[in-house]
Design a protein around this ligand. Sequence first.
Ligand code: GLA
Length: 739
Amino acid sequence: MSIHVNEEQKLFHLQTAKTSYLFKILENGEAGQLYYGPRIPVKRAYENLASREEHDCTNTLTVDQPDFQLELIKQEYAGLGKGDYRYPAYQITYHDGSRTSEFKYAGFKITDGKQRLADLPSSFDDQGDDAQTLDIEFRDSYADVMLTLHYTVFDKEDVIVRSATFTNHGDAIVLNRALSAQLDLPDSNYDMVQFDGSWARERHLSRTPLRSGVQSISSLRTASSHQHNPFFMLARPHTDNNQGGVFGFNFIYSGNFIDSVEVDQFDTTRVLVGINPDEFGWHLADGESFQTPEAVMTYTSAGFNQLSHQLADFYQDHLINPHFARQERPILINNWEATFMDFTEEKLMPIVDEAHKLGIEMFVLDDGWFGHRDDDKSSLGDWFVDEKKFAHGIDGFAQKVHDRGMKFGLWFEPEMISIDSKLYEDHPDWMIATPGRQSTPARNQYVLDMTRTEVVDYLADHISAIIKKTQLDYIKWDMNRNITEMYGAQLPADRQLEFAHRYILGVYQLYSRLTRAFPKVLFESCASGGGRFDLGMMYYAPQAWCSDDTDAVERIKIQDGTSYGYQQSMWGAHVSAVPNDQVGRLTSLATRAAVAYFGDFGYELDITKLPADQLTEIKDQVAFYKQYRRLFQFGRFYRLENPDTVSDNVYGWEVVNDDRTMAIAARFQILNGANPAYIRVYFAGLDPEKQYTVNDSQEKFSGAELMTAGYFVPRIMDRTKPEKDPSDFSSRLFVIKEA
Ligand code: GLA
């Protein structure tokens, strides 16, 4: 039993294997947060956790309750207008224009398991034996509105998932703000750890101590964005990869979001996660409800690596398409950086054949196979093959790939439209545009109005036809621009603020139709690389193209940042040509592969142009990855804390299997130094009692020795060799096996 209720005290204690989450119903009928952190025993009451006291200069519930001051009380889901002036979790405008709510506790329900949400991606426990769900109901009698707070406790993973539903039974209301989770913490001694960037530079870690006031990350791009990932953490100041208290928050949503952390006048902290209230407003007529997307919360006292492991387990078992959970992903070759849009079947076949010889398992045909798309100025929306490029049709080409025993994948950008397209000729009104305003292009393209069912139908029909025709194994679903001139031609004037969310619901609708009809097709989401790298997408597409930046050095930082909140099977990582297309850097084939091994591995270069020795090297890489694929994709991922990591010049990663009999670690060094100090790598996650070899060494080492005394690594540049290998951008791999 994970959820303990003391009905007399109206006290709710949610327990996971290692954490406790407590709240109770307050005198005003709303819910007050008591505690979230390491697991504590169940007891009858926790008066001491309420920290109730009387302060001057603030308002009270009634004259007789001087210590009930909302401004000082930790709450579960706060509104505005009753004396708590911190940013609220929700706000409603009622029929008379008033905006003050009074929700009063009306009961609770506990169910085993976790149902999927109807129109949104969500967590789930299909078997009903891993999770317990608590729904708490509150009623605002003045307007007859119900609020239900949902909590699902995933015991083993130490994860709690939260969301809220508003149901109106009275005159029409408008939800101005409806966030998914609020967490009030009793102090503010935390660092906010967030993952920021830009196109080709996604999810770089930044860590700053909390300060008074609101600090937030958000998106108004109707996409989770390259700029700020919805995943963030609050960590005690000394927390590192191996120790320390840390909360993790993520959001199962792909549109506008806000993660806000407010430190108030008493140095308490309020966390809010949900749909960004800017560009949001939702009408609820009598009988209608609004379900928020789900927020994910987790806590550990054992540092960032442990937090990543909890999330990894949760995603595999309770978020991604179960058909792909812990299922090995194929090694692919993608033609984008090899040919861009300049290809024909004749030009591609030698790449397919060479890939086949090297052991690569899937060929992915990227942008440019449809309409008359020779550059990015045309054809988006015309999801039929360009016969100039494929005389035997796309099915003829797919057949040739399949005949070689390889899988076949195709690129689509479903949500987009080019002005130069048949689709635009037929349906110019399907494009998002604001009347009387000039439409702003990005990459020469525009966005389809995904709130319209006929648009979703058109896309579902055309994409399904191609999937069937080609016996498609994989889809790369791209999305290369954000919405401008946001306007829903089919929405009334007073409902325009629903558009951004309705757009995302339309995207989910299409994803859900396709993934339900073709459950075995592997989807990889992409948005100019990692511009929509979020849990909403992961529910449908269990992997995402991590970044358009394929340079090994840049990728170290990107994948390192990504690894805090996501599991390595969730990101695509490819070896591309040098000089690198994005930064012009030269790195060795070995380093490019070593970085890409830690993800869904593949190639993205013209292998028909490589010298024989590099082809042999690739063949070996493919064989090596196949041998250790499960470990690379699903092993426990550790960011290694080495003494020199602080320099930002050295990164260490390690993956360990479940029974700790096998691990692979990598040490990446960006620049070499002259006459450097000697290097020891301290491995992680091994069994201290087991004996291991490292790279088939004669000597055996205990796990304890490898983790605490470390492993000596000879300097990068061997000065005794007449031929000096390039020493910058170096990588070392360590295969660690139980002896
Ligand atoms: C985006 C993707 C790339 C590639 C191109 C094709 O930039 O991120 O991987 O698919 O589009 O146009």
